[in-house]
Design a binder for this molecule. Structure first.
Ligand SMILES: NC(=O)c1ccc[n+]([C@@H]2O[C@H](COP(=O)([O-])OP(=O)(O)OC[C@H]3O[C@@H](n4cnc5c(N)ncnc54)[C@H](O)[C@@H]3O)[C@@H](O)[C@H]2O)c1
Length: 285
């Protein structure tokens, strides 16, 4: 595996692409919004300069990473020669399925398609393509440049050599992969996180304690580095709401149904840090 394409240059995609470029992969980053790519490029340069200022990166490594990373507004240009495409676009089934179908027309048959979805089973996306054996979940965590874990979630159509190639890729970019051999929406970490956040949100919406005190209780009482409500604001209320709503619509399982306040916040555009307001408010800068 040498050439990587990342589609979706938002919070996740820009960092996944940079991690690949820093690890020596020839990487293309695409976004359907030109301003998304401009912001991703600005982020990349700021991040690399910040690492240099902290003495964690050399000028040579910065130059090598920038040489490895292309910002491509055209999907065909970005993906035509990819060995692996990782999609990190909006957490909705239809756009992801449409993207994979478009990629199928662009990419050679060998190309593996990975979805960074936080929740959606890869087999649902695989079934919409003619290469179900090469479509699976490759789930990174936020911030992708820092968090080591990647969940590789396979389904019965994915042969061992594809899983092995993806696991080897994850290791080459310095990550720690875990393989889920049987699919379930939300995978491992988000299922556990969701159980925690469902209860934290419910305590908040029923008025039992403030967001600050709920988070303080979890950090000081359970030793978590960040409280669940602060973490929801950081990962994005929209991402959590859409993931849970998608699972609820697919499975009808009551525990997947988004809490009432999560739906309200999603509809009001209170998506956490990215919009300046979530469970907490954030200054503009
Ligand atoms: N935010 C997190 O903490 C987190 C963690 C793990 C996984 N994920 C998953 O990663 C994916 C992206 O999440 P995010 O937080 O980076 O979202 P985001 O909103 O920050 O970025 C999404 C980007 O995708 C672009 N986009 C949308 N449709 C597109 C298309 N058809 N083609 C090309 N680009 C398109 C948008 O312009 C945007 O720049 C989602 O599936 C999400 O569930 C998110």
């Amino acid at each position: 595996m040498e050439k990587i394409t990342v589609v979706g240059a938002g919070a996740m995609g820009r960092q996944i692409a940079l991690q690949c470029a820093l690890s020596g992969f020839n990487t293309s980053l695409n976004d359907s919004r030109p301003e998304g790519l401009v912001a991703a490029e600005a982020f990349t340069r700021d991040y690399l300069d910040g690492r240099i200022a902290k003495g964690k990166l050399s000028e040579e490594k910065k130059a090598a990473a920038l040489a490895n990373l292309r910002f491509c507004p055209d999907l065909a240009d970005a993906a035509a020669e990819a060995d692996l495409v990782i999609e990190a676009i909006i957490e909705k089934f239809e756009p992801k399925a449409e993207l994979f179908q478009a990629l199928e027309r662009i990419c050679p048959p060998k190309t593996i398609f990975g979805s960074n979805s936080s929740n959606m089973r890869g087999s649902r996306l695989a079934e919409t393509t003619n290469r179900p054996d090469r479509v699976l979940n490759i789930h990174f965590f936020n911030p992708a440049l820092v968090m080591e874990l990647v969940e590789v979630v396979v389904h019965p159509k994915v042969p061992a050599e594809v899983t092995e190639a993806v696991v080897a890729f994850c290791r080459r970019i310095g990550k720690t992969p875990v393989v889920m051999r049987k699919e379930i929406p939300g995978f491992i970490v988000n299922r556990i996180f969701r159980a925690l956040t469902r209860e934290a949100i419910s305590l908040f919406e029923e008025g039992y304690a403030s967001a600050e005190d709920i988070d303080l209780a979890v950090t000081k009482g359970l030793g978590h580095p960040m409280g669940p409500l602060r973490l929801l604001d950081t990962t994005g209320i929209d991402v959590s709401y859409l993931a849970r709503q998608d699972e609820y619509e697919e499975t009808g399982v009551e525990t997947a149904r988004p809490n009432r306040i999560l739906k309200d916040m999603y509809e009001k555009g209170e998506w956490g840090k990215k919009t300046g307001k979530g469970f907490y408010t954030y200054p503009k800068d």
